[in-house]
Write a protein that binds this ligand. Structure first.
Ligand SMILES: *Cc1c(COP(=O)(O)O)cnc(C)c1O
Length: 397
């Protein structure tokens, strides 16, 4: 069997339609959209058209879309902009959650050094926070609430619309890192009262190195990159036209096929969850209902996640232990710790993230491969022997 790719939360394969749409902008329409001649103006038209299409999919105005280099940059700019606005008004308190992406958490840590107070809401064992927690955390000096739409490790979807309602009522800027959600679930910035939203093309079959930040009209942005007047002076640098065109096409494609894909993916996801749940002393991470149709995350007791990944790779399965950004570090995932998994358990994690290209056959093969590898690794593990012999107590019953 060929490679089975189950790491779509790390990145996705590019859409053929998107690649096709991008090619002319790397070839004959190579102009700089700021140039006044016809080659430049053709590029400028593509830029306008792509912005319009992306805005339509999010339910906002095209003037509210800023192109960036991806999710990380969008998160940084959103948070730093809200902090700048807050500081001017003497509001230096920010509410976020303990299981955000590092693009959010590290930006907040930076602000802490500049005198901001950060409240990180604790996450339930199901991987969810409530709108009530947000409401209780907001103070008169709160300038920003930043809550991710869907978690990148455990796939749980937060009550964004309700959080948006509360923030709007309290007059606090609401940012959401929707990198895992856009193109996968319906997102509507109007209905959900979102003020700022980060997205990234390579998570929905667009190219890497391109993303966008939606910013509601009237909220002033702080630039991270100084230079020319591109993006209304808020993000200097010649626009990456091929990637922007590809992002718009990939998003249209994802949204048009969303219903059909969701149906297929939910079925595959549930097959995986049901199959892996039969492994003794295993636990699903994150709520089983309020989760992305693409995400499966498990912890297996008595296992090292890294060994599991290497052996699965030998069997042709590309998986992850958690987030791509933390792999290579020995620290257990902050997301798994946030939902209350202890270190030993968090180390035995496996994340499988689907795309609509996966098949039932691949899923069946994966379930049996994971079962086999988990049993093999446990068979060699002294910790497992102690657990089985009753010298240590199982944590996952
Ligand atoms: C991938 C990801 C990011 C980072 O996006 P890049 O485009 O790779 O910079 C941010 N947040 C979440 C939730 C992600 O999954």
């Amino acid at each position: 069997m060929a490679q089975i790719y189950l790491d779509n939360a790390a990145t996705t394969k590019m859409s053929k339609t998107a690649i096709k749409a991008m090619l002319p902008y790397m070839d004959e329409i190579y102009g700089n959209p700021s140039s006044l001649h016809s080659v430049g103006q053709k590029a400028a038209e593509a830029l306008t058209e792509s912005r319009r299409r992306i805005a339509k999919r999010l339910g906002c105005d095209e003037k509210e879309i800023l192109f960036t280099s991806g999710g990380s940059e969008s998160d940084n700019q959103a948070i730093l902009s809200a902090a700048t606005i807050g500081e001017r008004k003497g509001k230096k308190h920010i509410v976020s959650t303990a299981f955000e992406h590092h693009a959010v958490l590290h930006t907040l840590q930076k602000l802490k050094k500049h005198g901001f107070e950060i409240t990180l809401l604790p996450v339930s064992e199901d991987g969810l926070i409530t709108e009530q927690q947000v409401e209780n955390a907001i103070r008169p000096d709160t300038c920003l609430v930043s809550v991710m739409y869907a978690n990148n490790e455990i796939g749980t979807i937060q009550p964004i619309e309700k959080i948006g309602e509360i923030c709007r009522k309290k007059g606090v800027i609401f940012h959401t890192d929707a990198v895992q959600a856009v193109g996968h679930v319906r997102v509507d910035v109007q209905r959900e009262h979102i003020d700022m939203l980060s997205l990234s093309a390579h998570k929905f079959h667009g190219s890497k190195g391109i993303g966008a930040l939606y910013v509601r009209k009237g909220i002033p942005l702080t630039s991270l990159i100084e230079g020319g007047a591109q993006e209304r002076g808020k993000r200097a640098g010649t626009e990456n036209i091929p990637a922007i065109v590809g992002m718009a096409v990939a998003l249209d494609e994802a949204c048009e096929n969303m219903e059909k894909n969701t149906k297929k993916l939910t079925k595959l996801r549930n097959m995986l969850i049901d199959g892996l749940s039969t492994i003794p002393h295993s636990v699903l991470n994150g709520d089983c209902e309020k989760r992305l149709p693409t995400n499966v995350s498990f912890c297996f007791e008595g296992i090292e996640g890294e060994s599991l990944l290497l052996l699965l790779d030998d069997k042709g399965i590309c998986a992850s232990s958690g987030s791509a950004c933390t792999s290579g570090s020995l620290d257990p995932s902050h997301v798994l710790l946030a939902i209350g998994r202890v270190h030993d358990i968090a180390h035995g994690s496996l994340r499988l993230t689907l795309s609509e290209e996966n098949t039932e056959e691949e899923i069946k093969y994966t379930v049996s491969a994971v079962k086999e590898v988990v049993a093999y690794l446990r068979g060699m593990s002294p910790i497992w022997r102690d657990l089985v012999n009753g010298k240590k107590e199982f944590i996952i019953k």
